[in-house]
Design a protein around this ligand. Structure first.
Ligand code: FAD
Length: 390
């Protein structure tokens, strides 16, 4: 039936502005030509040409694209979300690359940095000439970042940082790390050039998920920084949490792309493969699965677009982002698992994108607030009672 487009069944993208659909087309085309042909190899070998990718993304204009000024494109939040969706349709690791650079490192500097920090770093980060990372998580502080041990102490007017950060995306290739540390005045953020003596980044190996993404342990051993390395005003977890909220927003859109790829792959596969003398897609059990995938992809797409419109209106609440992150990542993971079964043995192969997406989504379920943390956040929003702590 030509009246329905299996790729955009509810015609959600008709709600995009002209600029937003132009950005979608540009990112989709870039992904098709520059990313898609290489992603399985990057995943298999757990490597990423990070410098080249950054320059390519910089030229495409997606690094910090929803920020204003300092060489950033200043697009709508929806446009940023759609770019995330088209990148994550290829691989969650590639969307993570853009999220960490734009929503974590750049947003932190843009929102909380001094004028001098912004001018020094944002234009280079937007162009992809420099890479950034964001160090909040530690080996013993994940969901509960308030328990962090990394410490920044004053020595004269300098700051001296000691501690370990864990699971830091792009940590091994970053030129600048935004590091959150405990001080006498509460948690503060620091802009740390990674060539500062005492800073080392060690690659996290043996990952079975998000393999087309570089992950690091950061070791800060007496890292001495000038007084103006700290973000001037923000104190406490408000700083890092504001950045995570930005990155989660990108995830809400991004995982719709991953789910869409899994659905489309299952659709094409079951139409073309025959068993018992008929296409797999001709069996009722298969059609039930296809219908379930279609429902989830479209429902997630609507959730994302609604959050995007609220964000552009300036009224988006962080608990609404929690709803989107929880709902959409869960849906995408379910879509990936079902699609995996529909491809039979081929479903477990890297020759097809489905199991790669499925494995990636396990990371996406965990990072930027686990599924459980977002459930607790929603519970708190509707009851007024925090169940986080004893
Ligand atoms: P834990 O907090 O130990 O949680 C383990 C389990 O216990 C989870 O299921 C959790 O939901 C549950 N749990 C914890 N507390 C409660 C509670 N009160 N009630 C009920 N259940 C609870 N971090 C960064 O700072 N920067 C990055 O760039 C970054 N990139 C990452 C990339 C990858 C590939 C991965 C895997 C992680 C990355 N992270 C990054 C870290 C990520 O944000 C953390 O893994 C996440 O916050 C969860 O922390 P944790 O792994 O310590 O799990």
């Amino acid at each position: 039936d030509s009246a329905v487009d299996p790729r955009d069944f509810l015609r959600i993208d008709e709600g995009l502005t002209g600029e937003e659909s132009d950005i979608r087309d540009a990112v989709r085309e870039y992904a098709r030509v520059e990313l898609q042909p290489h992603v399985a190899n990057w995943y298999e070998t757990a490597t990423l040409p990070a410098r080249d990718l950054a320059k390519g993304f910089g030229r495409l204009g997606v690094l910090g694209m929803h920020l204003q000024g300092y060489g950033c494109a200043g697009t709508s939040s929806v446009a940023y979300g759609i770019a995330c969706r088209e990148l994550e349709a290829v691989d969650s690791g590639l969307r993570s690359f853009v999220s960490v650079q734009g929503s974590l490192a750049m947003y932190a500097i843009h929102r909380w940095g001094s004028e001098q920090q912004r001018e020094q770093w944002l234009p280079k980060l937007a162009a992809g000439e420099a890479l950034g990372c964001f160090g909040l998580t530690e080996p013993d502080a994940g969901s509960d970042p308030a328990s962090m041990r990394t410490r920044a102490r004053r020595d004269g007017s300098d700051w001296v940082l000691d501690g370990t950060k864990m699971w830091i995306t792009n940590g091994t290739v970053a030129d600048v790390a935004v590091v959150w540390a405990r001080t006498e005045e509460g948690i503060r953020g620091f802009v740390v050039p990674t060539d500062t003596p005492g800073f080392t980044a060690n690659e996290v190996k043996h990952k079975l998920s998000l393999r087309a993404s570089l992950t690091a342990e950061l070791v800060l051993d007496g890292v001495r920084l000038p007084a103006d390395a700290a973000f001037p005003e923000v104190r406490g977890l408000r700083g890092p949490l504001s950045c995570l909220n930005e990155a989660r927003f990108g995830i809400v859109f991004g995982v719709v792309g991953a789910a869409r790829t899994c659905y489309e792959t299952a659709l094409e596969y079951t139409i073309s493969r025959e068993q018992f003398g008929r296409p797999l897609a001709g069996y009722q059990l298969t059609q039930r699965k296809l219908a379930d995938l279609l429902v989830e992809v479209n429902r997630a797409g609507l959730v994302a677009l609604q959050l995007g419109r609220l964000k552009d209106a300036g009224t988006l609440h962080h608990s609404q982002v929690s709803l989107g992150k929880l709902a959409n990542v869960r849906a995408a993971l379910e879509v990936a698992r079902t699609a995996r079964s529909m491809l039979g043995a081929n479903g477990i192969s890297l020759e097809y994108p489905v199991m790669r997406h499925m494995a990636n989504l396990e990371t996406v379920l965990t990072y930027e607030g686990t599924e459980e943390m977002h459930a607790l956040s929603l519970g708190q929003a509707v009851t007024g009672i925090s169940a986080f702590r004893s």
